[in-house]
Structure formats: C-alpha cells, structure tokens
Design a protein around this ligand. Structure first.
Ligand SMILES: Nc1ncnc2c1ncn2[C@@H]1O[C@H](COP(=O)(O)OP(=O)(O)O)[C@@H](O)[C@H]1O
Ligand SMILES: [Mg+2]
Length: 388
C-alpha cells in the first residue's frame, strides 16, 4: 500500500493569478501546503496560499530561490524564466510539466514546427525575424493576404496577434520575430483539455466552444459541450491526446483549435497548464481541471472526466470607463437564478475588460444555460467607486 502524506507536501506554483487561486482551492482539499511566487502583493491567490513569495516569474534569481523552497514545482503561466527552471531540474528539483515542454510552447514558432514535424493539422505558416523581412516577402509575393501575424514570444489574450486583411492594414504589423500564418476562415474556436500522468494514463475533457468578444479580444462565453459534429469532436480529442503523448508530458495541456467551413479541425495553439477554457469544469465535470492537474503532477490516478451537466461560462469583466477600486452590481440577483455559480478573483482594482471573475451557469439543457447566462451578463456590472 502506497502511503501519501499530503500535509507536509510543499507545492510551488509560479504566479498567483486566478488560475493559481483555483488550483490552491483544490490543493487545500488534500491539505497540501501551497507556495506562490508573484510580483504583485495583491495577486488573487495570495489570500488563500499557505505562503506568498514576492518576486517575478521572469527573474532568474526569484524563480531559482522559489524552486528551492518546495518539493514539487508547477506553473499557471507560460512566461517563466526557463534558465532558472533548467538549473533547478539539473539540481534535482521536481518540475511538472517538464521545463523543456514549456520552453517549446513559449515560442509560437517552435510550436508550429512541432505540429508540422508531427503531421498535426495546423494553418500553413512562415517564420520571420522582423516586420521588414515580412514586408519584403509580401512584395516578392511569397506571402499572400489575408494573414495573421503572431509574435513568437510573450503574447496573450490577443496581445501579440495582428490580423492583416489587406495592404492598408500593414501599419498593424508587430515588430520582432513572428509567425505568419494563413488566415483561417473560422467556423468555431474550440478547446480540448487533456491530462496525462507519469504512468501514461490519458484523459480528455469533452470539447468546449469559445465564443470571442471582438471588442475585448477575450472569450465572451464558453459553451460545453460544443455544438460540433461527433466526427470533429472525436478528431479534436484524438489530436489533443496524440500531442500530450508526443510531448511525453505530465500535467494538463489545453489545446485550442479552429474548425472551418470544410469540417477541418486545425490546431491553433496550446498551453501546458490549467486554462481559461476549463473554468466550467469546476462545476460541470466530476473532476475539475485543477484537481486533474494535481492528480497528473502528483502521479495519482486521473479522475473521471464525465460531464455532470451542460454549462455556459461567462467572464466577469471590468466595465469600460471604470478604473479604480472595484464594486460589483447584480451578484445577488444573479445568485437567485438556479444553477448560477459565481467566482470572484479578488482583484482590488478594476480596469476596462480586466478579468475580475467568471460565472458558470449549469442547466439540464444548453439552451436554458445560454438563456440564463445572457440574463447574468445583463445583471452583473463591474464598476469603480473611485473618489473624484
Ligand atoms: N490563423 C488564424 N486565422 C484566423 N484567426 C486567427 C488565426 N490565428 C489566431 N486567430 C485569432 O486570434 C486569436 C488569438 O490568437 P492566439 O494564437 O490564440 O493568441 P493568444 O495567445 O493571444 O490567445 C484567436 O483566438 C483567433 O480568434
Ligand atoms: Mg489563444
């Protein structure tokens, strides 16, 4: 019989945003001691972490010293100082997922090469060192419009992505090394979260559908199960499982896909950590993505990924025109609706479109969940009581 003492296990989580907070909520059920590293002393996870260490996830010394404090190290953000992780690993620190998987994923260029090398369907692409080189190829006719330019490093929530439809939009080109890919005629954006443990057990959550808000460039709502064909769903799940096997990865991997009008399923990008597109799993699945991540990194059996109820998740975003100490409206009214689950991240300052929380609406039918999510969206407002 294996003995597992969780109450003296020190789990280090790099960054203490909302994903870190939700991971700690699960870790606390097993009495795991949690450490977080974040440069912001008011970060969401701080209020519930056992230990808060102030420091930047990009700083070698901060990451290295943090790794030395814990028994097992994971991350809830991709931009982590890789040299520090490599050094820690060389000195015997247990880091999951492996730093080499993270290093590859940090670079969208290497990600695309990985898909290409392994025959994973993805939009055709070319890599460029800078915008000048791209302009030259455009003139030479090697690159054709419309296309999407993505910075190889550091982008998130649409920052670092430029959609160029015609020559009048060339001023939007981003400086620095980038991936330029064919613009896909997107039908739907979907995501599959897959988990794998050291024994090689693999489990995929049902496909979720991300509906984007073009103004905020953020997910407006997340629908699960997605309304795609069974063939598309099976294909996306099998690609996600194939990728996690190819990476020989432990932990959680979120794979974002596009479906197009011709029924194709193309990989867009991936993240080796709990993901926004899995918020709904907290209430809608037997095992949440956060519990699954812990199971996967601690070599425990993976939990059931069976859906309890269909769900719609909406982000609670800071209102336009409001910046300052936060105030919420409409929470009580929303809670009066059956199946409405509110999560507030505890950020003290609101800004336009800042992710302040999310709401998952559960119902026996997706139709009903969608209707209620619409009601909640109209009820909840995030403003500021800033003093004039
Ligand atoms: N090749 C593409 N064709 C059309 N739209 C795209 C393409 N690549 C990205 N996009 C759009 O841009 C969004 C952000 O791109 P993504 O690579 O996912 O960056 P981020 O890291 O910011 O999430 C996608 O969710 C999608 O809406
Ligand atoms: Mg994305």
């Amino acid at each position: 019989m294996e003995r597992l003492v969780t109450s003296n296990l020190r789990l280090g989580i790099i960054a203490g945003g909302q994903l870190g907070k939700m991971l700690i909520q699960e870790a606390s059920k097993w009495n795991i001691i949690t450490y977080i590293l974040d440069s912001d002393e008011h970060c969401p996870a701080r209020s519930i972490a056992s230990h808060f260490i102030q420091g930047s996830h990009l700083d070698y010394e901060a990451v290295y010293a943090f790794g030395k404090m814990v028994d097992i190290l994971t991350f809830e953000i991709e931009s982590v100082n890789i040299d520090a992780l490599r050094q820690l690993k060389a000195e015997g620190c247990r880091i999951v997922p492996d730093p080499e998987v993270l290093a590859m994923i940090q670079d969208k260029g290497q990600q695309k090469q990985f898909y290409q090398r392994n025959g994973i369907p993805t939009a055709p692409f070319i890599l460029f060192d800078d915008a000048e080189a791209l302009k030259q190829e455009l003139e030479a006719g090697t690159v054709s419009l419309p296309f999407v330019q993505k910075l190889r490093r550091g982008g998130y929530d649409g920052r670092g992505v430029a959609v160029i439809n015609d020559m009048t939009e060339l001023h939007k080109l981003l400086p620095g090394p980038s991936v330029v890919e064919q613009k896909v005629d997107i039908e739907k954006e979907i995501s599959v979260i897959v988990a794998r443990n050291k024994k090689g057990e693999v489990k995929c959550y049902p496909v979720a559908e991300m509906v984007f808000d073009p103004a905020a460039n953020l997910v407006d709502k997340l629908i699960c199960p997605s309304n795609i064909t069974a063939a598309q769903s099976e294909k996306a799940m099998s690609i996600a499982a194939e990728i996690i096997e190819l990476l020989d990865m432990q932990g959680l991997l979120a794979v974002e896909f596009f479906t197009d009008g011709r029924g194709e399923v193309l990989v867009n990008e991936m993240a080796p950590r709990p993901h926004n597109s899995g918020h709904h799993t907290i209430e809608s699945m037997i095992t949440s993505q956060f519990e699954q991540h812990l199971r996967a990194i601690l070599n425990l059996p993976l939990g059931s990924v069976k859906m309890k109820l269909p769900s719609v998740m909406i982000n609670v975003l800071g209102a336009e025109g409001h910046e300052g100490p936060v105030m919420y409206e409409g929470l009580t009214e929303s809670m009066a609706l059956d199946g409405v689950k509110i999560h507030l991240y505890g950020k003290q300052i609101t800004k336009p479109y800042r992710k302040m929380g999310h709401v998952t609406v559960l119902s026996a039918t997706l139709e009903c969940a969608l209707k209620k999510a619409g009601q909640v969206k109209n009820l909840i407002k995030v403003t500021s009581w800033k003093k004039e």
